[in-house]
Design a binder for this molecule. Structure first.
Ligand SMILES: Cc1cc2nc3c(=O)[nH]c(=O)nc-3n(C[C@H](O)[C@H](O)[C@H](O)COP(=O)(O)OP(=O)(O)OC[C@H]3O[C@@H](n4cnc5c(N)ncnc54)[C@H](O)[C@@H]3O)c2cc1C
Length: 473
């Protein structure tokens, strides 16, 4: 048993967990962080960071392939996939070292083992003592005043097609490939599937995306989804939407898979199944608490991340709101601030930026038009195309189909959503996030001087357009 009583023990050292640990330490609290694998979790080791490192290499490949359009003739080049993977590992390692350093710097005690919540016992009248099981079979109890659960999520497989980690891959598996496949099928046209589709097509892999729903990217507006589909199709990606595969449609062989779609059989070297993620809430001792789960096994919390056991909080993918790293951090910080009476505001999911790092990139905040209509909001949209923005044309003369669209609630003239597709929009969206945080108006956005030429001028034009005084459109 640990001799210390901790102010808070955090279960899971992913983005939600380690950021929350730092926040609690900033408040002068004694903090323990329990992690069964590597600090940084999915985002750092199997998600945001490795995928974006690979996407950067894919972008370089795309630029070189099209270099002659910029007046640079490149006669001979070749893709070196082992170097690409090596570079990805270097990026991850650098960030991993950073997280380890931050834990030491903030005096956070890290326990490297599997944590589980215990019920009331002789050690504590309330549930929440954490038992940590170490790799060598030893264990330790960590008494505490509060617990924050940040155990994250893992990939879901199809019921009739388990991951074999050789041919049928999860997003974790595909990141570890030593060689690129010639032909890749992707089941699931959501964010993760499409990021891999964009990356792999730039690496010259033949890619097919199979989506059961009526369209890819159901979380974004249909105009955005259509525009991305058009761009990826032009780069060689094949799409099958409304295609619900069953057990009879797939046949896994030793080193390939046959998939039958509309009576025709296609052969692929690898299949990525990216149909969603499930929360890691099975084996963490929740039965020893009053915590309630949703039907999808996500932990139910109130506006301040508190569970039914008021001293136990939860944040990140395990609560299943918006499964994004920055949202998990925000939820975790809110939990800690509430736990230690800092009067935080509840997380406002309508102001959380959502990004898709395909080429072209997609970014949005709040609602798109169809969502507003579904809620009976009298909404109107205004749009500025990237082809009106000099810097966007400089970036890529061939790819000017992008746009930026704002959704206005006409009853009170407020911005309720903004979505865009085009160059570097995953950076531009953060100006919109600040604008929403500061309760800005479209006039203020339009009157803010934006440097020329810059991509963010699109937002200035958009603000002006809503006010009926746009200059370039
Ligand atoms: C391929 C991919 C790409 C992504 N790209 C992006 C992106 O670009 N941007 C973005 O915002 N999000 C992205 N995400 C989502 C993002 O990675 C997650 O939302 C984020 O990692 C969730 O953080 P978390 O702390 O809740 O959970 P995790 O990061 O999953 O961390 C949970 C941690 O808890 C540990 N754990 C679980 N159970 C126990 C236990 N009993 N004891 C001890 N430790 C335990 C796990 O080992 C893990 O390290 C991506 C995800 C994937 C899969």
């Amino acid at each position: 048993m640990s001799e210390q009583q901790y102010d808070v023990v955090i279960l899971g050292g992913g983005t939600a967990g380690y950021v929350s640990a730092i926040r609690a330490s900033q408040l002068g609290k004694k903090v323990a962080l329990v992690e069964q694998a590597l600090l940084g979790g999915t985002c750092l080791h199997k998600g945001c960071i490795p995928t974006k490192a690979l996407l950067k290499s894919a972008e370089v490949m795309h630029t070189i392939t099209h270099a002659s359009e910029y007046g640079v003739d490149v006669d001979d080049f070749k893709l070196n996939f082992s170097r690409i993977q090596e570079r990805k590992a270097e990026v991850v390692n650098q960030m991993f070292n950073g997280v380890n350093h931050l834990m030491k710097y903030n005096n956070i005690d890290v326990f490297n083992g599997i944590g589980r919540i215990l019920g009331p016992s002789i050690f504590s009248p309330q549930s929440g003592t954490i038992s940590v099981e170490f790799e060598d079979g030893e264990s330790e109890l960590i008494p505490n005043k509060n617990v924050l659960i940040c155990t994250g999520s893992t990939p879901v497989s199809l019921p009739f097609l388990p991951f074999d980690h050789e041919v049928v891959l999860s997003s974790d598996d595909i990141l570890k490939l030593e060689q690129l496949p010639n032909k890749l099928a992707i089941i699931g046209g959501g964010v993760i599937g499409l990021e891999f589709a964009s990356m792999m097509t730039d690496f010259n892999v033949e890619v097919t995306v199979i989506e059961a729903g009526e369209r890819i990217l159901p979380t974004e507006s249909k105009h955005i989804a259509k525009s991305l589909k058009k761009e990826l199709t032009a780069r060689g990606v094949q799409f099958f939407e409304n295609t619900h595969l069953t057990e009879n449609d797939v046949k896994v062989m030793d080193n390939h898979i046959d998939i039958t779609i509309n009576d025709k059989t296609y052969t692929y070297d690898k299949l990525l199944v990216s149909i969603g993620r499930k929360p890691n809430t099975d084996d963490i001792g929740l039965n020893n608490t009053k915590i309630k789960l949703s039907e999808s096994n996500h932990i139910l919390v109130n506006d301040f991340q508190q569970t039914e056991d008021s001293h136990i909080y939860a944040a990140g993918d395990c609560i299943g709101k918006l499964q994004l790293a920055h949202v998990g951090s925000k939820e975790g910080i809110t939990a800690i601030d509430h736990m230690f009476e800092q009067q935080p505001l509840p997380v406002d999911y309508m102001t959380m930026p959502k990004c898709v790092y395909t080429q072209p990139e997609i970014a949005s905040i709040g609602m798109h038009l169809d969502e507003a209509k579904a809620q009976n909001i009298k909404a109107r949209t205004y749009k500025v195309p990237f082809k009106a923005i000099g810097k966007a044309v400089i970036e890529d003369t061939n790819n000017q189909n992008g746009f930026c669209e704002v959704v206005i609630d006409q009853d009170n003239d407020t911005v309720i959503g903004l979505n865009m597709i085009g160059p570097h929009v995953t950076e531009l969206i953060n100006e919109v996030s600040l604008f929403q945080f500061m309760n800005g108006s479209t006039l203020e956005l339009g009157l803010t001087t934006h440097a020329h030429p810059s991509l963010s001028e699109v937002l200035m034009e958009l603000g002006l357009k809503v006010e009926n005084r746009s200059i370039h459109v």
